[in-house]
Design a protein around this ligand. Structure first.
Ligand code: ZN
Length: 326
């Protein structure tokens, strides 16, 4: 009964324009059902495909947005890292400049040290007591190192560079102060050395036997009280007579009172007189060093026997030569 109903046909009549013939289309109910089912399937498939396409498009759009965001973050990180690298380079450059200044100052100090040692020849020129220990420690430091490698962050590197720069700044300040102190010490030492060179504290004779001191005495010729402006030092004929300090030979002369004599001009108004020489061995204008031979001991002039009459004159007045002699 149901089968017969599906076998029945339905006729569709299509009526075109008036001058054309009528189109009749007969289809069974089964065929119509099949066509309806096919159309529904096609519609469903199309709808599903559209939905899938929409979902895929949305997913792609999200992925694209995420990728763009990641890309921007990466670019920002790269910019920050590049800036950090530039900053580190700048800091390292500053540190290297400071290192060059420190090296230059250390070289200056070494030169100053050499100069000071030359001025003070008896200063201890040996290595400092801790030098050997430092060298040993340095040798040990070259051995026995290890441990796991721990990467250093850019922030830590910046901290290290900042500490190094602060240390260098402090070191530069200390070196600068030390350098000026050493300059001052060098100048003072040079002045002291020069003063010592020009101070008549060198015995003018081999003998140190003073036969007549400075001051009042009975004159050896007249026996009357008189003032002795120098000291008489006994010695052998032709014993060497030395300059008591460095200076310039002011006078080389000879007369009945002083005999053959030499006067040496020193600094600060100081002069030394060497009288009764057998012979002078320098001439006027000669530069003489402390301890240099300037004549030979004798007994010329107003003298009772071989000796040196030695005087020290300061600003035109005689002073006791023993003030300076050791
Ligand atoms: Zn005398």
């Amino acid at each position: 009964m149901l089968l017969n109903r599906f076998k029945r046909k339905l006729t569709f009549v299509i009526i075109p324009e008036a001058d054309e013939s009528v189109i009749r289309l007969s289809l069974s109910r089964a065929a119509l059902c099949a066509i309806a089912v096919c159309a529904a399937c096609i519609l469903a498939s199309s709808g599903f495909a559209c939905l899938s396409y929409a979902k895929t498009s949305a997913a792609l759009a999200m992925s694209r947005t995420e990728l763009r965001g990641k890309n921007e973050r990466l670019q920002q990180e790269m910019r920050q890292k590049n800036a950090a690298i530039e900053e580190l380079r700048s800091q390292i450059y500053t540190i290297s400049e400071q290192a060059a200044k420190v090296r230059a100052q250390v070289e200056d100090l070494k030169r100053l040290e050499r100069d000071l040692k030359a001025l003070a020849p008896h200063a201890d020129s040996g290595k400092p007591a801790g030098a050997a220990a430092d060298a040993a420690a340095s040798g040990m430091a070259e051995r026995g190192m290890g441990g796991p490698r721990v990467p250093v962050t850019a922030q830590e590197v910046r901290a290290i560079a900042a500490n190094a720069r602060a240390s260098y700044d402090q070191l530069l300040q200390e070196l600068s102060g030390l350098s000026s102190r050493l300059d001052q010490a060098k100048a003072e030492l040079a002045a002291a050395h020069e003063r010592s060179r020009r101070t008549p504290n060198h015995w003018p004779t081999v003998s140190r036997l003073i036969t007549s001191p400075y001051g009042y005495r009975h004159d050896p010729f007249t026996g009357k009280l008189s003032f002795h402006r120098g000291i008489d030092i006994a010695g052998k004929l032709n014993d060497p007579v030395y300059a008591a300090a460095s200076g310039i030979v002011h006078t080389v002369g000879s007369d009945r009172l002083h005999g053959n004599h030499v006067i040496v001009e020193h600094s600060e108004g100081l002069r030394t007189w060497y009288m009764h020489l057998n012979k002078a061995t320098v001439k006027k204008g000669d530069a003489v060093d402390k301890g240099q031979m300037i004549g030979k001991l004798g007994t010329t002039g107003r003298s009772t026997g071989p000796h040196l009459h030695y005087e020290v004159i300061k600003s035109g007045k005689s002073i006791d030569p023993r003030t300076y002699l050791p």
